[in-house]
Write a protein that binds this ligand. Structure first.
Ligand SMILES: Nc1ncnc2c1ncn2[C@@H]1O[C@H](COP(=O)(O)OP(=O)(O)OP(=O)(O)O)[C@@H](O)[C@H]1O
Ligand SMILES: [Mg+2]
Length: 199
């Protein structure tokens, strides 16, 4: 099987931007966030189990997960988050495995925002590509895009691995502390490298 490259990075570090550039160069991107949204969307494959586990109060009129209700529950009851993850994580991994197995091209990218924090991905990928930028830049970009306050972004970051630990573990790093144009040559170099090890 062709190698899967895990793409990760802290919130707002530039993962989606890097993935889009690599996709433009011909890489197949398997996005676990997108898979998760599909599983919990209207008619999603996980919704029957979610409804059985949590009840109809967590399912919207359209049959999709009521994210606001689930967020509120998970906030006051951490065990509920674990119960949801017990349903979703194996389903996400199975769907990602299937998509990676079908991927065209010499290598495929598994985009997993919490790759280091979530069990079961590190052993599936040949290398880890980390998108990195200073924390202040993460906060600024995320706040600008999402409308979250800086403190809210920092609270999310505090629940993720610290930057130094990701840097210590990564095989390859894209530096995204400069402008977006600086990503292009870095992505081109990595794409050539991954294509070589994949063929
Ligand atoms: N080098 C850059 N210069 C300026 N803006 C950038 C740069 N890289 C990314 N951005 C912007 O910062 C925001 C976050 O980038 P992106 O969505 O790629 O990060 P992400 O890691 O996928 O975020 P998330 O964790 O929320 O999925 C976006 O609005 C993006 O357009
Ligand atoms: Mg993203």
């Amino acid at each position: 099987m062709k190698p899967a490259i895990g793409l990760t990075g802290g919130i707002g570090s530039g993962k989606s931007t890097v993935a889009a550039i690599l996709a433009g160069l011909g890489a197949t991107i398997v996005d676990t966030d997108e898979i998760a949204r599909g599983l919990t969307g209207a008619g999603g494959a996980a919704m029957e189990r979610v409804a059985a586990e949590f009840g109809a109060a967590y399912v919207g009129a359209d049959g999709a997960l009521d994210r606001a209700a689930m967020r509120a529950l998970a906030f006051k009851d951490p065990a509920a988050r674990a119960r949801l993850e017990a349903i979703l994580h194996p389903a996400i991994r199975a769907a990602a495995d299937a998509a990676l197995a079908q991927a065209q091209g010499p290598y495929a990218i598994a985009m997993v925002p919490l790759l280091y924090e979530t069990r079961g991905y590190l052993d599936r990928v040949a290398r880890v590509l980390l998108v990195d930028c200073p924390e202040a830049v993460q906060v600024r970009r995320t706040a600008a895009r999402s409308g979250l306050a800086a403190e809210e972004v920092r609270a999310i970051m505090a629940a993720q691995w610290p930057r130094w630990r990701r840097l210590q573990m990564a095989d390859d790093v894209v530096w995204n502390g400069a402008d977006a144009a600086a990503l292009e040559p870095q992505c081109a170099r990595l794409h050539a490298f991954y294509a070589r090890i994949g063929s």
